[in-house]
Design a protein around this ligand. Structure first.
Ligand SMILES: [Zn+2]
Length: 298
């Protein structure tokens, strides 16, 4: 079972470094959600470390440095899978987003699941994963995510529910193994977080990263270590040194023998051959040039 660090965003309400106070009081919310996240993770057998700095006497963001240092101390004597810091957003938008430093593939995979889980559970727009330059993300040595659950200063505040939010975060953090029996059927299964594939209902066997690529009804899929199929995600295959892309239905995107496939992903256009391998630093089978990131050169 993996160890998590759950960090409470900001100092306590009213202190230097406290969270936004709008329709919601962020400092109070992060404390309430954090306690529940820890309780739910412990129920599932995970080891959790709480980081909570209530007071700060000197300057704004002092608490961020304190938490990052404390996290790095914990990592010296235990194997921390992920640092998770909880916040409530401000600025008048809507929906959850999860921030990462962009340096950790593990953090990215968790961030995708947590953001999607929150959006589905709260029925809000998923703002998704954002790469951000933030103190706690930059200074922690382990994979780290910062969760902005919803907005404190928009109508999001009306649907704030700490239990629903905490459950959604936990569902994004734990693997399919921890999911209750009623969630399982043979073949494809789905929850708020993603898809998994069960091969034996009695023993709860399912595909994971250890199984490598799996062909299911003529399409190819790949799973993460926790059992979820990669979705809207890049995958670098160490064995053949090629990049692949899994689409919104978790399928490997690929062309055919007579025609490669071009796909727009995050504002750039990429090309894939009949095996799903991304063309890179070459001329594609249909005669277009792509750079060393695989992006079409106009
Ligand atoms: Zn905050």
């Amino acid at each position: 079972m993996s160890d998590f660090i759950i960090a409470i965003g900001h100092t306590a309400s009213g202190n230097i470094g406290c969270g936004v106070i709008a329709r919601l009081d962020e400092s109070n919310c992060t404390r309430a959600i954090g306690s529940l996240v820890i309780a739910y993770l412990q129920e599932k057998g995970h080891t959790v470390n709480l980081l909570r700095v209530d007071e700060s006497n000197n300057y704004n963001f002092e608490d961020c440095y304190v938490r990052a240092n404390e996290a790095n101390d914990i990592a010296k004597y235990s194997d921390v899978e992920l640092y998770v810091e909880i916040h409530i957003n401000a600025g008048g938008g809507t929906g959850p987003e999860v921030c990462v430093s962009g340096k950790s593939e593990i953090a990215n995979q968790y961030a995708v699941k947590v953001s999607k889980g929150l959006a589905n559970a709260l029925n809000l727009t998923n703002r998704g994963v954002k790469t951000r330059n933030l103190i706690v993300l930059n200074r922690t040595v382990m994979p780290a995510i910062l969760v902005e659950c919803l907005f404190a200063d928009s109508d999001d505040a009306d649907i704030y529910n700490q239990e629903v939010i905490a459950r959604a975060i936990v569902n994004g953090l734990v693997g399919v193994k921890s999911l209750g029996n009623n969630a399982w059927k043979l073949g494809w299964n789905r929850n708020d977080v993603g898809w998994w594939f069960c091969t034996d209902i009695k023993n709860k066997y399912y595909y994971t990263a250890d199984n490598g690529w799996k062909e299911i009804e003529w399409d190819w899929y790949i799973f993460d270590s926790r059992g979820y199929a990669l979705q809207d995600a890049w995958y670098y295959d160490e064995s053949d040194k090629f990049w692949y892309y899994l689409d919104g239905s978790c399928k490997m995107v690929r062309g055919s023998t007579d025609k490669p496939l071009w796909v727009w992903i995050d504002d750039a256009c990429y090309c894939f051959n009949e095996h799903g391998r991304m063309y890179c630093d070459c001329v594609t089978a249909d005669g277009w040039k792509v750079d060393d990131s695989g992006i079409w050169v106009k």
